[in-house]
Design a protein around this ligand. Structure first.
Ligand code: GTS
Length: 233
């Protein structure tokens, strides 16, 4: 058992390992999905130190060619990277998806809006962080283009207005049900908060939605999820 393993795991359940960084916005997406699906007790977390660039080492790139977090490793050695792919796996594990849709229509819309949340919000905030701020520091950020970073910052702000418009007329990013698309927008706003990119005042629907989302236990407890459980008295 590794130092990060939680001691309350039922021995009979197959285990999964998540390689991540506890406060990271992309890792947050998978942590929220794990909590929504009640899979925390089947998960061990292995911390990969982002600020030391551990995700760029050859050893880690052997697990994920892209050198990014999070990565899911199954006990048979299967490796699944990319938050969307990991969420799809977790959501369908019990045969009762709640985050990725059940009908073809739902699945199509949720996939589209998840991709849109990445393209128009989360990924641009990330590019802004890595290119137009010190990012993870000079040892990790080997190429930076500040103009590109600032351009992506503006794109992220436009994305906030876009999602604000969506959330003016419905409670969730895809209609009436919380889904992977909501989780992805949450990831974008977590990242925006970390890089001091405030939601525009005009985005009051997005602000109200985010306040509600932050009250969800899966969102609220995402960082604490991997803290070692206190020893039983
Ligand atoms: N498309 C990937 C996914 O969806 O999983 C992107 C993953 C990603 O960018 N993860 C961040 C990362 O590894 C983790 S965090 O910044 O949210 O904590 N960034 C480090 C880097 O050097 O790009």
């Amino acid at each position: 058992m590794s130092a990060n393993s939680t001691p309350f795991i039922a021995d009979t359940q197959p285990m999964m390992t998540i390689y991540d960084w506890p406060t990271g916005p992309y890792p947050a997406r998978v942590r929220i999905a794990l909590a929504e699906k009640g899979l925390q007790s089947r998960t061990r977390f292995e911390r990969v130190h982002l600020w030391k660039g551990e995700h760029k080492t050859p050893a880690f790139r052997a697990k994920n060619y892209s050198g990014t977090l999070p990565v899911l490793e199954l006990d048979d050695g299967t490796l699944i990277a990319e938050c969307t792919a990991i969420t799809e796996y977790l959501d369908t594990l019990d045969g009762a998806p709640t985050l990725t849709g059940t009908t073809p229509r739902e699945k199509g819309l949720i996939h589209m809006m998840t991709k849109r949340a990445e393209l128009e919000l989360l990924d641009p905030v990330s590019v802004y962080f890595h290119h137009a701020t010190p990012g993870l520091g000079p040892d990790v950020e080997i190429y930076q283009n500040a103009d590109w970073g600032l351009h992506q910052r503006d794109k992220a702000l436009r994305g906030m207005h876009y999602f604000d418009g969506i959330l003016r007329t419905q409670p969730f990013v895809v209609g009436e049900t919380f889904s992977m698309a909501d989780i992805t927008v949450i990831g974008g706003l977590i990242f925006a908060g970390l890089v001091d990119l405030p939601l525009p005042d005009a985005c009051d629907a997005l602000q109200a939605w985010y306040a509600t989302m932050q009250e969800r236990p899966s969102v609220k407890n995402r960082v604490a999820m991997s803290k070692p459980v206190a020893a039983a008295a």
